[in-house]
Design a binder for this molecule. Structure first.
Ligand SMILES: Nc1ncnc2c1ncn2[C@@H]1O[C@H](COP(=O)(O)OP(=O)(O)OP(=O)(O)O)[C@@H](O)[C@H]1O
Ligand SMILES: [Mg+2]
Length: 358
């Protein structure tokens, strides 16, 4: 699956752009604040139905415009997928011009794996970000995960509301038990998916990191917050949880721990090491998604060269090129991409929200 053409109207600082893309390698180069990340983000939007930066979709509508439209024409099938954003309107996902019931129904038509600077919090931030990564990536590839996750999330919200109610008045055990049974079942499914997935990712992430970091040892481990049966835990610890007003155990409290040379990346990693670790993780995600889907997702790499020395840059480009699918890379100077990629890629110059062939 690849993106043949990208058509934008009033997206971020881009008034109007219509570009034909290379099936393999595309480089968006330009000085700061010209629209490179915006272009990448627009591809992410039609892929995931979500805006990458910020939490509000309307922020992506060009200042002064009422609506924003992003369209992508997929290679081979020439299917057109798109997203329309409007001020005070619901986000709309479209396929061949026809609106979908929900924008999120777009997910799966152009699977992608994205790295941008915000992803560095996977190395530096708290577990919530890493859990969100697990949930997002697994949901893209495994519909059964998305289902378990959705049911678990709702049951967790209900149970947490009951725990708070129980601080004020008596709530019978049976009322808890229904939600707890659902959480134990779906939580067990979620954990199995996550454990299997991390097991599959681990060798790839380790090998990619070792390649980029000249033998540096990277490791990752899925860390369960509790042991034993979830259902037993919930009934045993209910009174403690009532006092806290929230559910203390389950997949929503687990973590994906990252290590370099045996030490936690978060406390000990240098900036270059943290960036290398997260990019290696993303490339491993791509690899494992490819195994499941049967084709490689589109790889979106924003501003990947900062903080990396020349050797790491060259080896990163090699790894991205070997990944097998369509790749988009943004950088301030095309030269950063190195001769190998420059020669193989379609290089676009991005200036003041306009895109031209370099
Ligand atoms: N809704 C919007 N309307 C108009 N301009 C916007 C909007 N959102 C962001 N911008 C501006 O668009 C410009 C391009 O942003 P973008 O992040 O794409 O730049 P970039 O080329 O990736 O730069 P850098 O190299 O610094 O990462 C910036 O000046 C930004 O402030
Ligand atoms: Mg940028």
């Amino acid at each position: 699956m690849w993106l043949d053409r990208l058509v934008l109207r009033d997206y971020r600082n881009i008034e109007s752009v219509d570009v034909n893309l290379d099936p393999r390698f595309n480089v968006f180069a330009g000085i700061n604040a010209q629209g490179k990340t915006s272009l990448l983000e627009s591809i992410y939007l039609i892929s995931t139905s979500r805006v990458l930066r910020g939490s509000r979709d309307v922020e992506a509508i060009r200042d002064g415009a009422e609506e924003s439209s992003v369209k992508g024409i997929l290679g081979d099938s020439q299917t057109e997928i798109g997203v329309n954003l409007g001020r005070g309107k619901r986000k709309k996902g479209l396929v061949n011009g026809l609106g979908l019931p929900r924008a999120s129904d777009l997910i799966g038509r152009l699977p992608s794996v994205c790295f941008w600077s915000g992803d560095l919090t996977l190395a530096t931030g708290d577990p919530a970000g890493r859990r969100m990564m697990l949930d997002t990536e697994l949901s893209q590839v495994f519909p059964a995960y998305l289902k378990a996750f959705s049911i678990y999330k709702r049951a967790l919200e209900q149970r947490n509301a009951l725990l708070k109610q129980a601080q004020e008045r008596h709530v019978p055990n049976e009322v808890f038990e229904g939600w707890e049974a659902s959480m134990a079942l779906q939580g067990g499914i979620m954990r199995q998916f996550r454990l299997d997935w991390v097991k599959a990712l681990r060798p790839h992430a380790k090998a990619t990191h070792a390649h980029m970091g000249e033998g540096e040892e990277f490791d990752l481990q899925y860390a369960l917050k509790d042991e034993g049966e979830l259902l037993d835990k919930y009934s045993e610890l209910r009174s403690q949880e009532i006092a806290r007003g929230s559910t203390l155990f389950g997949p929503h409290r687990d973590d994906l721990e990252l290590f370099i040379e045996g030490r936690p990346v978060r406390q000990y990693g240098s900036q270059g090491q943290q960036r290398t670790a997260v990019i290696s993780l993303k490339l491993a995600v791509l690899h494992s998604a490819q195994e499941t889907l049967g084709f490689p997702p589109v790889l979106l790499l924003d501003d990947i060269f900062s903080d990396l020395d020349l050797g790491r840059r060259v080896r990163l480009v090699e790894a991205a090129m070997q990944a097998g699918g369509q790749v988009f890379i943004t950088c301030t100077e095309a030269e950063q991409a190195g001769e190998l990629l420059q020669n193989a890629a379609k290089v676009f110059r991005v200036h003041s929200g306009q895109v031209s062939n370099a």
